[in-house]
Design a protein around this ligand. Structure first.
Ligand code: BEZ
Ligand code: FE
Length: 297
């Protein structure tokens, strides 16, 4: 590239960056100037053609047109680009042995039913029952009593209750740890399912030879006084999708042994499951202090 061309390109970057110099909010200034630098670096690195620029605009327009109160195609785009997971990673800094966070996903619903310790949150959802138990502690190993644990999972057909559009509530609920920080409940043994892929994000995945499938998982949201709120999932050891989860949510530390149990195996709470096989998993949860985020341990 000629020195003149180089000069024109870099001068434009500098002019755009400088246009934000007087932004009153310093954080907004930082964001806009860094965005400008990275965006221009991308355009210059790939030598973006005007036709490619046009197609990118059409793609983003299609993402916007599909987005409404119920379908958030922009978040899905962020998810498949790993931007959601990187934001989670940046905002949940490693702290001792605190349990790792992962993506929230679009299927959490406020106001889930409360279940007793040992209760069943499947509520008629299809799938194999799974006994889930564990203990919530802080990073010093002290039990966390009365922590609120929200759980939600897809059914055997790969759908969350809210995707049926018939107001059913199944496969979700919340419970509290006991005085020793212990919890237990019956949930659904996770199975793989695709993220919504009938829109522009699905077409992008197809065009790039990527699968929309998510590795099998069960969602958790754990809150306790004075401790950092944890949004995470547990994944199933042996699932062949673990290394190609479409939204990059898998962390090795979140892969758990879901032990298959044959029909007739005695259940931990004496529940009679008749001729149904079931599984069981232990997930001990370690919460960082609420102030954790930027300290290094
Ligand atoms: C989920 O796990 O529920 C999910 C996460 C990201 C995109 C779509 C679904
Ligand atoms: Fe999910």
């Amino acid at each position: 590239m000629s020195p003149e061309q180089q000069h024109r390109e870099s001068q434009l970057v500098e002019r755009v960056v400088a246009s934000f110099d007087d932004t009153p909010d310093p954080r907004l200034r930082e964001l806009m100037q860094a965005l400008t630098r990275h965006l221009h670096a991308f355009v210059r690195e790939v030598r973006l053609t005007e036709e490619e620029w046009q197609r990118a605009i059409e793609f983003l327009t299609a993402v916007g047109h599909l987005t409404d109160d119920r379908r958030q195609e922009f978040i899905l785009l962020s998810d498949v680009l790993g931007a959601s997971m990187q934001t989670v990673t940046v905002n949940n800094e490693a702290y001792g042995n605190a349990t790792e966070a992962t993506v929230f996903g679009p299927f959490f619903v406020d106001g889930s039913p409360e279940i007793e310790l040992g209760g069943d949150l499947m509520a008629g959802a299809s799938g194999q029952p799974c006994w889930v138990e564990g203990r919530v502690t802080d990073t010093h190993g002290n039990p966390v009593p009365h922590a609120r644990i929200e759980v939600w999972g897809a059914d055997e057909d790969g759908f969350y209750d809210v995707q049926y559009g018939d107001d059913r509530v199944a496969g979700r609920g919340h419970l509290h740890t006991d005085a020793d920080g212990n919890y237990r409940f019956w949930g659904i043994t996770p199975t793989p399912y695709p993220i919504p892929h009938d829109g522009p994000v699905g077409r992008l995945l197809a065009a790039t030879g990527r699968s929309p499938m998510r590795a099998s998982h069960l969602h958790f949201l754990v809150r306790a006084e004075g401790l950092r709120t944890l949004v995470t999932h547990i994944f199933v050891r042996g699932d062949e999708l673990l290394d190609r989860d479409s939204v990059f949510g898998v962390r090795d530390s979140l892969v758990m042994d879901f032990a298959p149990q044959p029909a007739g195996a005695v259940t931990p709470d004496g529940r009679d499951l008749g001729d149904r096989a079931w599984s069981r998993v232990r997930f001990d949860i370690v919460l960082a202090p609420a102030a954790a985020g930027h300290e290094e341990v």
